[in-house]
Structure formats: structure tokens, C-alpha cells
Design a protein around this ligand. Structure first.
Ligand code: CTP
Ligand code: CA
Length: 220
């Protein structure tokens, strides 16, 4: 009922959102991932759809229900997320990157399971290579959508987030304390733009998502 009665400030707008962790394979049975739950990104997708937007959600491996009316694309690795997002980005007015994209991946994903070798005691060394920065790449497009970054920082929240905003050339970044918020149902957010900061006080993630969506709608 709440959703039906809600105002529709994003009617006619297309939003692209990334959410969740990525999974970087080592071999067919192993990989590297992180503790992102995807809850904040899914809440934002829901809030955006409630606000009348056409929403595409590119999700890493999470067991969460797709919000009503949201088009979901499931991916595993950062490279898959990159390849899903890049062609879609120019058709969207807003891009919100909430995903905890792995910064590095194993240089080679082995076709067969790595086996222990009789008599060899040395553990394997896994060489890593850097993943593409999805958000920075989208923000650098000739006519980028309105790009919103997320920054989970364990210290110096505002300082680190603002540095990230400038480095990736984003109009808006949303800072939160991580990993303290991973998997929780509540959060507190700090919105940082060129003009300054605004805090969204601790609340459940759907409440925060609705506040963030209203804030973004005013900026378009
Ligand atoms: N991001 C992305 N692609 C990457 C890395 C990050 O799209 N390969 C996005 C995230 O979704 C988030 C923002 O960039 O919106 C900031 O991510 P974060 O990990 O905090 O920043 P990094 O630039 O990776 O810096 P670091 O992890 O060293 O703090
Ligand atoms: Ca990172």
C-alpha cells in the first residue's frame, strides 16, 4: 500500500544499480569473494522502483529476492559485472554503484581443480591482477549517467570518501562505515557532494534507500 501511494519522483527515469559482492574464481571449486550482503543495493533498487523508475539491477552472487518490477541480471565476477554494465550505462540517467567489486582477481582461473601433489609441501602462490573499475569507467563516458558511488571505509570516513569522489569524478558519493555494516539490516549514511555533506541518520536500509532516492531525484 505504502509503495502504491508513494510519490513518483523518478517516473520516466532509468536507473542502473550494481549490488552484492563479486566472486573471482581460482579453479572450478574455489574462489575469492567478500562479505557484502547486497542488502543496501537491493533496498535502493526497491526504493527506486517504488519511486517510478525503470530499474536494472546487476547483482553479484547473493540469495536475495528481486524487488518487484526490477529487472535483474546475475553475474559472478567483476569482469562479468563490467561487461554487463558498460553497454547498458549510456541508456540510463542514473548509475548507482553499491557493489563490493573485488579489486583483484587471480591472474588465471584454472580449468581443473588444483590438486595437492604427493611429496610437495609448498602451498600454491596465487598471482593476482587488478579488475577494471566499473564506476570510474562509467563516470568517464562522454555523456555519463548521474553517477553515485558508495564508499565503505573503516576509518577517516569523510576524508577517504571525498578523495574517492574526486578521483572517480563523481557528483555524489555515499559513505558508510564498513565492514561494520555488512549484512546488517540498518546503516547510517553520509552523502558527500561538491557542496558538502549531509548525514542520513541510522535507520533500516529500506528507509535510508528511500531517503537517498529522494535526494538523487532532486539532483536530476
Ligand atoms: N567500484 C567499481 N569497480 C571496482 C571497484 C569499485 O565499480 N573495480 C565502485 C564501488 O561499487 C563503489 C566505489 O567504486 O561504488 C568505491 O569502491 P571502493 O572499493 O570503496 O573504492 P576503491 O576505488 O576500490 O578503493 P579501495 O578499495 O582501495 O578503498
Ligand atoms: Ca575496492
Amino acid at each position: 500500500v505504502e509503495a502504491l501511494l508513494a510519490p513518483k519522483p523518478l517516473r520516466g527515469k532509468k536507473l542502473l544499480i550494481t549490488a552484492g559482492p563479486t566472486f573471482e574464481p581460482i579453479d572450478p571449486v574455489r574462489g575469492i569473494t567478500n562479505h557484502s550482503s547486497g542488502k543496501m543495493g537491493f533496498a535502493i533498487a526497491r526504493a527506486a522502483a517504488e519511486a517510478g523508475a525503470e530499474v536494472t539491477l546487476v547483482a553479484g552472487p547473493v540469495q536475495l529476492r528481486t524487488p518487484r518490477g526490477v529487472q535483474r541480471i546475475d553475474v559472478q565476477s567483476a569482469q562479468q559485472m563490467f561487461r554487463a554494465v558498460l553497454p547498458l550505462a549510456p541508456q540510463h540517467q542514473v548509475f548507482i554503484a553499491t557493489a563490493a567489486v573485488a579489486d583483484w582477481r587471480p591472474a588465471t582461473a584454472h580449468d581443473q581443480k588444483l590438486k595437492k601433489v604427493e611429496g610437495e609441501s609448498a602451498a600454491p602462490t596465487i598471482a593476482m591482477v587488478e579488475n577494471p573499475d566499473i564506476l570510474a569507467t562509467v563516470a568517464a563516458l562522454a555523456r555519463p549517467p548521474f553517477c553515485v558511488g558508495f564508499a565503505a571505509e573503516s576509518e577517516k570516513l569523510a576524508e577517504h570518501a571525498e578523495a574517492k569522489r574526486l578521483r572517480k569524478k563523481l557528483p555524489l558519493i555515499v559513505a558508510n562505515l564498513g565492514p561494520a555494516t555488512f549484512g546488517r539490516d540498518d546503516n547510517a549514511l553520509l552523502l558527500i557532494d561538491a557542496a558538502g555533506q549531509r548525514e542520513l541518520a541510522r535507520a533500516d536500509k529500506l528507509t535510508l534507500a528511500r531517503e537517498l532516492i529522494n535526494d538523487i531525484a532532486k539532483r536530476l
